[in-house]
Design a protein around this ligand. Structure first.
Ligand SMILES: *Cc1c(COP(=O)(O)O)cnc(C)c1O
Length: 497
């Protein structure tokens, strides 16, 4: 069995279902598999449907769930919530492939994991015969929030609270969250950025006032710090590879590259785990926007957050502290928990850390990093629409531009799969401005105009948004965070299930 150990102290070890329930280790570390021994070769999944593939891969990593439990979770997530049975279609474009990850209920890739996480959590809850309420705290840079709210809405024994940065998220993202339904949900804007929100959520896990307020309530997280978020994201690396083999575009065993628009390093880390499991991946191209802390890290080995924070057209990547990098450091250093602890302490104290050259070189064997400024991002959306009549969102455009830079620099001819992480309609104003140079301030009007120009269907959840009543308007100061969370915990404790 795989043990899930804290990246800061491997003596703290739990099983996979316990890691899913708790989200974050008590010492602030991230639960990480202590080894990945079993291989899953492409030939084993070539003829599988998406749910079958998901059951095999998720079952391999979350290995203390029974096959029946995993199957029930997989079907609960992937049978009905997506607008295509393929779940994740792959489209050919001139310069590679687009992996369409936005066919779920909230039109961003977070749906792939957040449709199944509630099932994994409830299954774990039943295994333990618990009778508390799981209170899920979630920080969002835009897309996780709504996907988590949709996933946990009215799920019994759970309550969810989402914190989003008041300035930064797109108007459509904001409206999606503010109109959320369900008795057990709450949505709060924070006068700060994503890093402030994520810090608040992590801090709450060990804050005395919050802990004192937990009467029959257990804290957890739906961020990608939860291993239950990460594992389901491995599946689409396999499913895309299988599509290429099955269509004859590549032979089984050929290596491919993936370009991943990256914020918290969760999505791309799932790709690296796929590689550890045996998927023939050559390079994982880590794409950043102007907040290119990861690009610099991958090139120099120095991770430094002493830099200005920018809000961009790709808000889900406006992040300086990429939490999941901690897991990569742990696994790539040979489970060196003392080293990881030291790096994280330095980051907290000095705003930077530097990894040894040897480790940097090892990381560079699998990863390379590029970043894209706002003009290049607009140009990428513009050019693809003009040349091929394909609409992409700003995050996807950042990845596409990174893939181009990588190709130009290395001459690598391996097929490149670009992760398309959100529907362009979530960012209607910016996308319309980029592709047609039309400036329509109202995002819903921009959405209609974009539809007129592209004829691409508007996802149902976004089309209905305009009519939905706004339920949540509260906004708080960062300094009040712990107090607000403590109050919310008391409210949850007294709510009737
Ligand atoms: C969350 C998100 C990302 C970044 O993914 P990470 O796992 O945080 O690296 C990229 N694009 C979109 C649209 C997202 O919502």
């Amino acid at each position: 069995m795989i043990k899930y150990v804290s990246s800061r102290n491997k003596q703290e070890a739990v099983s996979s279902h316990e890691a899913v329930i708790h989200g974050l280790a008590e010492d602030g570390g991230l639960y990480t598999p202590d080894h990945i021994a079993q291989k899953i070769l492409p030939q084993e999944i070539l003829n599988c449907s998406y749910p079958e593939m998901a059951a095999k891969i998720i079952g391999t990593l979350l290995d203390d769930y029974s096959a029946e439990e995993i199957n029930a979770c997989v079907h609960g997530a992937y049978d009905a919530h997506f607008d295509t049975e393929e779940i994740v279609p792959l489209t050919k474009i001139n310069d590679g492939y687009l992996m369409e990850l936005w066919h779920g209920p909230t039109s961003a890739f977070k749906d792939i994991a957040l449709t199944i996480l509630p099932h994994l959590m409830i299954s774990a809850y039943q295994k333990e015969k618990r009778n508390d309420t799981i209170a899920i705290l979630t920080a969002t840079s835009g897309d996780t929030g709504k996907a988590a709210l949709a996933g946990f809405s009215d799920v019994s024994h759970t309550a969810i609270t989402v914190f989003y940065p008041e300035i930064g998220v797109s108007p459509i993202q904001k409206r999606q969250m503010q109109t959320s339904v369900g008795r057990n949900v709450d949505v709060i804007a924070v006068k700060g950025n994503f890093d402030d929100c994520q810090r608040m959520v992590k801090q709450a896990m060990s804050d005395p006032e919050v802990l004192a307020s937990l009467d029959g309530v257990t804290l957890s997280s739906a961020n990608s710090i939860n291993i239950g978020r990460l594992v389901p994201q491995i599946v689409y690396y396999y499913s895309s590879y299988a599509k290429l083999v099955n269509s004859g575009a590549i032979a089984d065993g050929d290596r491919v590259n993936f370009a991943v628009p990256t914020g918290n390093f969760g999505d791309i880390l799932a790709g690296w785990i796929a590689k550890q499991l045996g998927l023939p991946i050559h390079k994982l191209i880590c794409a950043s926007n102007r907040n290119h802390v990861l690009t610099d890290f991958l090139q120099t080995g120095v991770y430094s957050i002493k830099r200005p924070f920018h809000t961009t057209m790709s808000p889900s990547m406006d992040i300086l502290i990429s939490s999941n990098l901690e897991r990569l450091l742990f696994m790539m250093s040979g489970n060196d928990d003392a080293f990881v602890k030291e790096m994280m302490q330095q980051l907290k104290q000095n705003g930077r850390y530097a990894v040894p050259q040897e480790l940097r070189k090892k990381i560079q064997e699998s990863f390379c990093g590029y970043w894209t400024n706002e003009e290049e991002c607009s140009a990428a959306m513009h050019d693809l629409f003009q040349c091929e009549h394909v609409l992409i969102d700003p995050h996807t455009a950042v990845a596409m531009h990174a893939a181009k830079q990588y190709k130009a620099e290395t001459g690598d001819k391996a097929p490149c799969i670009i992760l398309s992480t959100a529907s362009p309609y979530k960012f209607s104003h910016d996308v319309l401005k980029a592709v047609a140079d039309e400036d329509i301030a109202d995002d819903f009007a921009a959405m209609d105009r974009l539809h007129e120009l592209s004829k691409m269907p508007i996802p149902q959840g976004l089309a209905e948004l305009k009519k939905m009543p706004v339920r949540f308007r509260r906004s708080i100061e960062i300094k009040d965070g712990m107090h607000v969370i403590a109050d919310r915990m008391k409210e949850i404790a007294h709510a009737e299930d």
